[in-house]
Write a protein that binds this ligand. Structure first.
Ligand SMILES: Nc1nc2c(c(=O)[nH]1)N[C@H]1C(S)=C(S)[C@@H](COP(=O)(O)O)O[C@H]1N2
Ligand SMILES: [Mo]
Length: 544
């Protein structure tokens, strides 16, 4: 019998008739199957609605994908300890995990809506409507959203309700009425019924899958279509000989773009068409300034190596990377606008609403090259690192200085404005702490007695690293050899040749001394509120 039902799914009228008679005989069917089909209806209705909304959001200028808006909203309300937990558990996969959880959440909600619509109509429609409204709210409350941001969720929600009703009514084909008593109403119901459940289901699934795929593809294509020539710096910074000590397993001095750590609150990478992009500088300025990407390309640029570090980096962690950035000095843009003497902060905002508060003097200082970068290691910024334009300010943790997908800078005061992470417990000012780490040999490496290269990186951005010291089994500190650096804004490689003797476990520690003579503190601190501290150590084994 179930076979019959399934074949009726393919819309043969003959079978439909048969089915109808059959259900007159046995109207109940199996309870579990009813539930399953109702749940499936909810899932398909949600899928179709999401598909339509994705498609509209891609085609509509200013359209916001409600699915992503809801995800972004969730990220914004997640408490900071959960964010650090997610980073430590899933690393850079934290967003994938979140996306999957959201997907699973939507699926459960949709299935429940389907069941509710089948057995307690119109409760399922109400659920989906509420969900659609949540999508609308999430979309229109995103930063930089216009009213058109509401449309995809509105249309998707309405369509989803419609699909749900069709699917559920196809499940409840009129079967008890004799043809003789047919009124206009039941005739229409009959028409719907003839579009069998299966046909409708396939249609809904197709709209959903195609809508999502095409929608994503369209919004991605808009970003990557634009080509530009990276402007040449007048005095590009030359890398001296010997920045790289060429040690196996040691981070290269310049981190390739593909290996560069990525940290941000963006659930999916914002897609920005450079031709639509502009940067607005406003607030405590003599005159508001708006620069387009084209204009930016005509301005004099700097090319500088700067090592970025995330405040969430644990002692010995990998959330740091060094790249060569090309872009316009931010001080040039700020002087175009003319900043007020009373201002002390620049609140930069990304296209997706993330904000960072940077001390104004760090951006206007002629001796600190804060850059509005459009290139990273000689290539346009990769989308996940801020395409088309991001900030880079040497010496400050990324969350207070390195806004990606930046679209505005408000010149203001720390006592007037708060940046994204400030109400979430992170310090409003956050210079990068002096740090060093051991990268070679690996933890618990098994070594043969004799000379062993111990190596790693150390950083004290904008101050510079003057020395790195290592010690073994709490013995005396030994000076390591340092790699060359182009400036004090980058990390520095170090190496020490150790005469490894004595079978068993040995304990290596490292600390750095910066150019102002400060010795890296042993005091251990967690990332919250202003960055981790403490000496990195590693245990290794010498074979007997
Ligand atoms: N738009 C935006 N920019 C952002 C962030 C963000 O969440 N959104 N995170 C900041 C943080 S915390 C860091 S550490 C750096 C990381 O830059 P990267 O991903 O290019 O390594 O970006 C900064 N810029
Ligand atoms: Mo960060």
């Amino acid at each position: 019998m179930s076979k019959h039902r399934r074949s009726s799914a393919f819309g043969n009228d003959q079978l439909g008739e048969e089915n109808r008679t059959e259900s007159t005989v046995q109207p109940a069917g199996s309870g579990a199957r009813k539930l399953r089909r109702a749940g499936l209806s909810g899932l398909l209705a949600a899928l179709a609605g999401l598909g339509l909304s994705e498609l509209i959001s891609a085609l509509l200028p200013g359209g916001v994908s409600p699915m992503l808006a809801v995800g972004a909203f969730i990220i914004d309300i997640v408490p900071p300890f959960l964010k650090d937990l997610a980073i430590s558990l899933f690393g850079t996969q934290d967003k994938l995990v979140l996306l999957i959880s959201i997907g699973a959440g939507i699926a459960v909600f949709a299935a429940v809506s389907g069941i509710a619509e089948r057995f307690r109509p119109p409760l399922g429609s109400v659920f989906i409507t509420v969900f659609g409204i949540a999508g609308v709210l999430a979309a229109i409350t995103r930063a930089n959203a216009s009213w058109s941001a509401a449309l995809p969720a509105l249309a998707g929600g309405a369509f989803s309700v419609l699909v749900l009703r069709f699917l559920i009514s196809a499940l409840q084909k009129p079967s008890t009425q004799a043809p003789a008593s047919a009124t206009e109403g039941t005739e229409r119901a009959g028409l719907i019924a003839r579009r069998s459940f299966g046909q409708l289901a396939i249609g809904a699934a197709a709209i959903g899958v195609i809508g999502i795929a095409v929608g994503r593809a369209i919004s991605q294509a808009a970003t990557t279509a634009y080509r530009f020539v990276i402007p040449q710096a007048q005095n590009p910074e030359a890398l001296p000989e010997g920045t790289d000590l060429n040690i196996d397993g040691l981070s290269p001095f310049v981190t390739p773009n593909g290996d560069f750590y990525r940290i941000d609150t963006a659930l999916t990478v914002p897609q920005i068409d450079p031709q639509q992009w502009s940067l607005r500088i406003f607030g405590m300025v003599d005159q508001e300034v708006t620069v387009s990407f084209e204009e930016l390309l005509t301005m004099p640029v700097l090319e500088r190596s700067v090592t970025l570090t995330c405040v969430s980096n644990e002692v010995g962690g990998e959330l740091a990377g060094n790249a060569i950035w090309t872009g316009v000095p931010i001080r040039d843009l700020l002087s175009k606008a003319g900043v007020s003497d009373d201002a002390d902060m620049v609140l930069s905002m990304s296209q997706d609403g993330y904000t960072a508060g940077t001390p104004l003097d760090a951006l206007t200082d002629p001796n600190r090259d804060a850059i509005l970068a459009m290139a990273m290691n000689g290539e346009p910024l990769p989308p996940e690192h801020g395409y088309p334009v991001r900030m880079v300010a040497p010496g400050l943790y990324g969350y207070v200085s390195a806004t990606k997908w930046v679209v505005s800078m408000e010149v203001t005061r720390f006592d007037q404005k708060q940046a994204y992470w400030t109400p979430r417990g992170y310090a409003e000012k956050a210079p990068i702490k002096l740090a060093s780490r051991i990268e070679v040999p690996k933890s618990f490496a098994s070594l043969t007695p004799g000379p062993v290269v111990v190596a790693g990186t150390a950083w004290a951005q904008h101050t510079g690293v003057d020395a790195v010291e290592v010690r073994f089994d709490k013995g005396p500190w030994q000076r390591a050899t340092l790699g060359a650096v182009p400036s004090n804004d980058t990390w520095r490689q170090w190496r020490y040749e150790w005469d490894a003797q004595g079978a068993g476990t040995h304990y290596i520690e490292v600390r750095a001394i910066d150019a102002s003579g400060t010795v890296q503190t042993q005091e251990s601190a967690p990332p919250l509120p202003d960055g981790s501290s403490g000496w990195h150590n590693r245990a290794v084994k010498i074979e007997g």
